[in-house]
Write a protein that binds this ligand. Structure first.
Ligand SMILES: Cc1cn([C@H]2C[C@H](O)[C@@H](COP(=O)(O)OP(=O)(O)O[C@H]3O[C@@H](C)C(=O)[C@@H](O)[C@H]3O)O2)c(=O)[nH]c1=O
Length: 189
């Protein structure tokens, strides 16, 4: 399995092998040994699998984080459809604080992104009926669940969708601005 670095340290892209034949394909979408060899940190042990369906193209989910002590590393992939995945560094003191990477994940490119704790995460769907699956290494905590306004100009993210066209939850529409966000994460190097 290949892994690819991104412009932000610690945000990794994994490319598991897909074995195609006349029936379709087979793929080990997660193999702990192979992922460790490809760069998944030893400290990450996944405990929960999540799966979401977004019916409409142009659905935005994000930007989300879970604060300590329930901070989550996430390994994100797409089983059907496609997304533009967005990861924003909010580790205080990080040389890339406030910067983001965008990665297209799809049923066709079969890529996975590691979203480290200390990053905001969100995506916009690029196709109808897109199914996103991700592993997390801390259980969901409603109290530690937080969000930042997805299209805050201060973040300068090109989502490729206008605010009045995006399908978005009420919680995400009302999320605080980046200026009002006091990040609970620190850069620990
Ligand atoms: C995230 C989550 C939500 N829920 C519940 C809470 C709520 O009633 C319902 C829908 O939750 P949300 O609106 O937060 O779902 P959603 O907007 O899809 O939230 C997700 O967005 C992406 C971008 C992420 O990175 C995830 O970590 C998560 O924050 O599911 C759980 O039971 N467990 C979970 O782990």
């Amino acid at each position: 399995m290949r892994s690819v670095r991104t412009a932000i340290e610690d945000v990794l892209i994994f490319e598991p092998t897909r074995h195609g034949d006349e029936r379709g394909f087979f793929s080990e979408v997660f193999n702990l040994y192979a992922f460790r060899r490809a760069g998944l940190p030893e400290s990450i042990e996944f405990v929960q699998d999540n799966h979401s369906l977004s019916a409409e193209q142009g659905t935005v989910r994000g930007l989300h984080y879970q604060a300590p002590p329930h901070a989550q590393n996430k390994l994100v992939r797409v089983a059907h459809g496609a997304i533009l995945d967005v990861v924003v560094d909010v580790r205080k003191g990080s040389p890339t604080y406030g910067e983001h990477v965008r990665v297209e994940l799809s049923r066709d490119n079969w890529r996975q992104v590691l979203v480290p704790a200390g990053f905001l995460h969100g995506f916009v769907t690029l196709a109808p009926n897109t199914e996103v699956l991700y592993k997390v290494d801390a259980y969901f905590s409603r109290e530690c669940d937080g969000s930042v306004r997805w299209n805050d100009p201060a973040l300068g993210i090109d989502w490729g969708v206008d605010a009045d066209q995006a399908v978005i939850s009420r919680k995400d529409r009302e999320a605080p601005s980046f200026a009002d966000f006091d990040s609970p994460f620190a850069y620990d190097r």
